[in-house]
Design a protein around this ligand. Structure first.
Ligand code: SAM
Length: 207
C-alpha cells in the first residue's frame, strides 16, 4: 500500500462519526504528550495499525520510534507513507499475546491505542497489561472501552434489535487497578466523547 492508498484507507475508515472521534483522539493524545516531563527518547506504538498516530509520535520521539503490529501489511503501509526525514522509524512484527521482544523499561513511552476492546479473554488482558508495563520505563498511553450504565443500556438495545456487535469493555476502576498492580500510576483518564462513546484514553506513569 502506497501513501495514497493509506490516505484513502484512513479517509474511508475514519469518516462520519469516526472522523469526529479520530480528531478528538489525536487532540487528546497531543494534550497528553504535552504533559510528560522531559524528552521522550524512545517510543513504541503497539499496535501501530496503518500509522494513524505515527506523525504525532514521530514528532514526540527524539531518538527512535518503533512501530509494531501483528500484521505486516499494516506496518508496510505505514512505512510506505512516511517521509524519510524525521526521527528514524523501526518496525517489528509482534504478537501482543506473546512475550514482547523488548527489554524491561526499554521505552520512555508505550503507546497502545484501540486494542483493549478487541481482547475477549481476561488472561490475555492481564498478559497485555503486564507486558506493556514491563517494557515502559516512564509513561504509557493506553485506550480502552469503559463500561458504564449508558453503554450497558446501549448494548441491551443493540441486542434487542439483532445487533451482534458487542465489544469487550472494562470498568475504569478495574483497568486502573490492573495497571497499578504492575507499577503504573494514573496521571489522567478521559473519555473521548463523554456520555456518548465508551472510548477512554489513559496517561500513566511508571512508579
Ligand atoms: C483497531 S486497530 C488499531 C491501530 C492503531 N493503534 C490505531 O488506533 O489506529 C488494531 C490493530 O491491532 C492489530 N492486532 C490485532 N491482533 C494483534 C496482536 N495479537 N498483536 C499485535 N497486534 C495485533 C491489528 O493488526 C490492527 O492493526
Amino acid at each position: 500500500m502506497m501513501d495514497a492508498d493509506r490516505a484513502a484507507y484512513l479517509k474511508k475508515r475514519y469518516r462520519r462519526s469516526q472522523s469526529i472521534l479520530n480528531r478528538r483522539e489525536q487532540r487528546f493524545v497531543d494534550a497528553m504528550l504535552a504533559q510528560v516531563d522531559g524528552p521522550l527518547e524512545q517510543i513504541i506504538d503497539l499496535p501501530c495499525g496503518h500509522g494513524r498516530f505515527t506523525p504525532q509520535l514521530r514528532r514526540a520521539a527524539s531518538q527512535r520510534l518503533v512501530c509494531a503490529d501483528l500484521r505486516l501489511e499494516h506496518i508496510n503501509a505505514l512505512v510506505g507513507a512516511e517521509d524519510v526525514v524525521g526521527t528514524p522509524i523501526e518496525t517489528s512484527q509482534v504478537d501482543l499475546y506473546q512475550r514482547l521482544p523488548f527489554a524491561d523499561k526499554e521505552f520512555n513511552l508505550v503507546f497502545n491505542f484501540r486494542f483493549f476492546h478487541h481482547i475477549r479473554d481476561d488472561a490475555h488482558r492481564q498478559h497485555v497489561i503486564a507486558e506493556l508495563s514491563r517494557i515502559s520505563g516512564r509513561y504509557l498511553i493506553v485506550s480502552y472501552y469503559a463500561n458504564s450504565a449508558v453503554h450497558a443500556l446501549q448494548k441491551r438495545l443493540w441486542r434487542r434489535t439483532g445487533h451482534t456487535r458487542d465489544l469487550p469493555m472494562i470498568s475504569t476502576s478495574e483497568l486502573h487497578r490492573c495497571f497499578r498492580q504492575h507499577g503504573c500510576e494514573i496521571v489522567e483518564d478521559r473519555a473521548v466523547l463523554p456520555g456518548i462513546h465508551a472510548h477512554h484514553i489513559t496517561l500513566m506513569r511508571r512508579t
